[in-house]
Design a protein around this ligand. Structure first.
Ligand code: B1M
Length: 212
């Protein structure tokens, strides 16, 4: 579809204005927000990753593509979120220590908000200590951690241990996600669940709260 190709190409080119205009045109043309997200924006970031691995893109190209994706996402956000008067629960989200990737985490936060959750976003490079203080301060039902680097995945386990040491592990459910993370890894670090994408993260948060 023409609109989706335009969006895909704009993200690949790091063309933030093009991504913004593309998403607006696609919405006006009746393309479903989920298709814009998956087949346009997310598909393009996947290709950016492939090009980076192939040494055809470098960090500056990844950065401008990420900026274009974020600009497109900002236009899409109101269409992905639907106001709901009843809060479904409170979730703290953050990208773990040492990791600056925030697009996936932002998407998860956006979808949770759209499903009626109150979300406290701690940002990126979040230390285990900061997760613990946020749990004490905000009293969430769920703590959500994101990691995109294999080297930062251990920080998820360290955060679970820090929650245990602070005596607050049994007050929260821990869910994790991010490209290198797996269900098996979630079990290894004693997290309560793993979600492969933002929609599953919403379903997981709901089921964890329901089972609590
Ligand atoms: Co980086 N980077 N990056 N990067 N980068 C990856 C992750 C990489 C796979 C690229 C590659 O080699 N193919 C690779 C990691 C390799 C590895 O660890 N094995 C990599 C690398 C190496 C690096 C640097 C080390 C590069 C360098 O400096 N030499 C560096 C590290 C910086 C740091 O963090 N300390 C770096 C930097 C960057 C930029 C800053 C340039 C930029 C990030 C900008 C930003 O986020 N603001 C960037 C980008 C854009 C990427 C790629 C291309 C795209 C990531 C992305 O946004 N995807 C990425 C390649 C790739 O993933 N294919 C790559 C789109 C996003 C929607 O998907 O984040 O997977 P994702 O989120 C999904 C799911 O994973 C899930 O739901 C989301 C929506 O469906 N999910 C959750 C995510 N979090 C969740 C939490 C949940 C549940 C589900 O519950 C709480």
């Amino acid at each position: 579809m023409e609109h989706l190709e335009t969006i895909y190409q704009a993200v690949l080119d790091g063309d933030a204005r093009g991504a913004e205009a593309g998403v607006k045109a696609a919405l006006a043309g009746g393309v479903k927000p989920e298709s814009i997200l998956r087949e346009g924006l997310i598909a393009a970031m996947g290709e950016v990753g492939r090009l980076f691995e192939a040494n055809e893109y470098f960090v500056p190209e990844m950065l401008v593509s990420a900026r274009a994706m974020k600009t497109g996402l900002a236009v899409l956000k109101p269409n992905l979120t639907a106001a709901d008067a009843t809060p479904a629960g409170k979730v703290i989200v953050g990208t773990v220590k040492g990791d600056l990737h925030d697009i996936g985490k932002n998407l998860v936060a956006m979808m949770l908000e759209g499903s009626g959750f109150e979300v406290v976003d701690l940002g990126t490079d979040v230390t285990p200590e900061k997760f613990v203080s946020a749990v004490l301060e905000h009293k969430p039902q769920v703590v959500g951690m994101s990691a995109l680097l294999t080297t930062t995945m251990p920080s998820m386990g360290n955060t679970v241990k820090a929650l245990e040491s602070a005596g607050v592990r049994d007050r929260v459910k821990v869910m994790i996600g991010g490209a290198p993370v797996t269900d098996n890894f979630a079990r290894q670090i004693s997290a309560d669940g793993y979600a492969p994408d933002a929609s599953s993260a919403v379903r997981l948060a709901k089921s964890l709260i329901a089972a609590a």
